[in-house]
Design a protein around this ligand. Structure first.
Ligand SMILES: NC(=O)c1ccc[n+]([C@@H]2O[C@H](COP(=O)([O-])OP(=O)(O)OC[C@H]3O[C@@H](n4cnc5c(N)ncnc54)[C@H](O)[C@@H]3O)[C@@H](O)[C@H]2O)c1
Length: 436
């Protein structure tokens, strides 16, 4: 099969490289010339474990190539995936579909062979209908079908998720679309990954419903954590206790500073907008969005409390460890660290931060924060240390060294990666999430 992947960001690049690894002939297309030039030189535009080796192997094998020229890239392709960004539209939170429709128009203007056009980007219900209309307006004399194939990979574990997915969702009522997509995913089908065929609209909604549900689970346990602190319970025990129930499941029950990242915040907002447009309110998701938004600054206030309160914090110094929205990525989109840092600097606190991969992306988002080269550099002279992202590198910090370097032995662990007793035994004042 020949596959064209339009948009070579997290999803397009990982999907393209994995499809090539399955033996398909893949061209990754992007309008960002710098990105394509870097990829042609073997330089990855993102940090994703294992991606550089996967790309290198498949480029060498002649199965993976890159171009900025869409017409050339889609020439002869059996399936053309649209994997461009769908950020929140400024002002109203709707998914901004400008990039998706621009690509659909370009495909309409240049397509010369039968092909299935697949939206892999996360798009609201009805987007596939509009893409179909755009292609119909182009009056092509080739056969096309528009299919929805949402992507569920997680940054940081993207290759494993793509190659061993819990399920593959394919939304189409078109026989041609179904046949081509079955061939595209045949290597995974043989791996016994379940493929769920649905209508296009159902597939589009499945992606939003999945993300909203996961965001709800996280927000639920975060509120339970707050309650644990008040009643003197331990959220990790509560989480284990409910997660062992198969009807609930243990995943996404880790209390923390609130969800962030490139998907949950924008996708929950977009779902709310769809619900509003169709006059079918989703009150639970509305509450989740509100609770999560206020939680991020509340985490900043938790750090201020550890400094003795907002009124005593001015002029003090905090070391922030971890900035990305989760470990093993350099993605800073909607990371809780942004609100935590902002709350601190608003209160006149000096902030020094370190992240193993995210500092380049973080710098423009936190101009008042000093970026340093390592955790201990950040800790030097600090009145408190706050762990915001649970990178492995922060799981076994040298507590004695921290005590020597810091002005005060205060640790705020927003990811619960330390044992409270161990840290207190080491002479620290310790605050964590939901361990009252
Ligand atoms: N990042 C994730 O973990 C993840 C997971 C599942 C789904 N998604 C969804 O996948 C989509 C892509 O997300 P992402 O994180 O990969 O985005 P991204 O911003 O990393 O990449 C998008 C790429 O598309 C390119 N692009 C935009 N317009 C183009 C055009 N006209 N022609 C060619 N290239 C163009 C951009 O230059 C960019 O490189 C979004 O809808 C997102 O919600 C993302």
């Amino acid at each position: 099969m020949k596959i064209a992947m339009v948009g070579s960001g997290y999803v397009g690049l990982v999907s393209g490289a994995c499809f090539a690894d399955f033996g398909h002939d893949v061209v990754c297309i992007d309008k960002d010339e710098k990105k394509i030039a870097a990829l042609e030189n073997g330089v990855m535009p993102i940090y994703e474990p294992g991606l550089d080796a996967l790309v290198e192997t498949n480029v060498k094998a002649g199965r993976l190539s890159f171009t900025t020229d869409l017409a050339e890239g889609i020439d002869g392709a059996d399936a053309i995936f649209i994997a461009v960004g769908t950020p929140s539209r400024r002002g109203d939170g709707h998914a901004d579909l400008t990039f998706v429709y621009a690509v659909a128009k370009e495909i309409g203007a240049t397509l010369r062979n039968d092909a299935v056009v697949v939206t892999k980007s996360t798009v609201p219900v009805g987007t596939g209908d509009e893409v179909e209309r755009i292609l119909a307006d182009a009056k092509l004399d080739v056969r096309t079908a528009v299919v929805s194939n949402p992507e569920f990979l997680r940054e940081g574990a993207a290759i494993g998720d793509f190659k061993r997915p819990d399920r593959i969702v394919i939304g189409t009522d078109d026989e041609f679309g179904r046949d081509v997509m079955s061939e595209v995913y045949r290597p995974l089908y043989l791996n016994q990954s379940p493929i769920l065929f649905t209508s296009r609209r159902s597939a589009e909604l499945i992606k939003y419903a999945a993300n909203a549900f996961l965001a709800t689970k996280i927000t639920f346990i975060n509120e339970m954590a707050d309650l644990c602190e008040k009643v003197g319970a331990n959220v990790q025990d509560v989480s284990r206790g409910i997660g062992m129930d198969n009807r609930i499941g243990a995943k996404f029950l880790h209390a923390g500073p609130g969800y962030g990242g490139s998907c949950f915040p924008k996708d929950t907002l977009a779902l709310l907008k769809t619900a509003e447009d169709y006059e079918s309110p989703t009150r639970i998701v509305e509450a989740v969005v509100k609770v999560n938004d206020s939680r991020k600054r509340a985490m900043g206030r938790k750090v201020l409390d550890a400094l003795g309160g907002a009124d005593k914090a001015r002029g003090k110094k905090v070391a922030l460890l971890g900035l990305t929205f989760k470990p093993n990525t350099d993605d800073m989109r909607d990371s809780p660290a942004i609100a935590v840092a902002q709350t601190l600097t608003d209160a006149g606190v000096e902030v020094a931060a370190f992240d193993p991969e995210g500092m380049e992306q973080a710098r423009p988002l936190m101009p008042e924060v000093t970026m340093v080269d390592g955790p201990y550099e950040a800790i030097e002279g600090a009145d408190a240390v706050a762990i915001v992202t649970e990178w492995d590198a922060f799981r076994a910090l040298d507590l004695k060294r921290i005590k020597d370097l810091a002005k005060a032995p205060v640790l705020v662990d927003l990811r619960n990666i330390y044992d409270p007793q161990d840290v207190r035994d080491a002479g620290f004042t310790y605050a964590s999430i939901g361990r009252g």
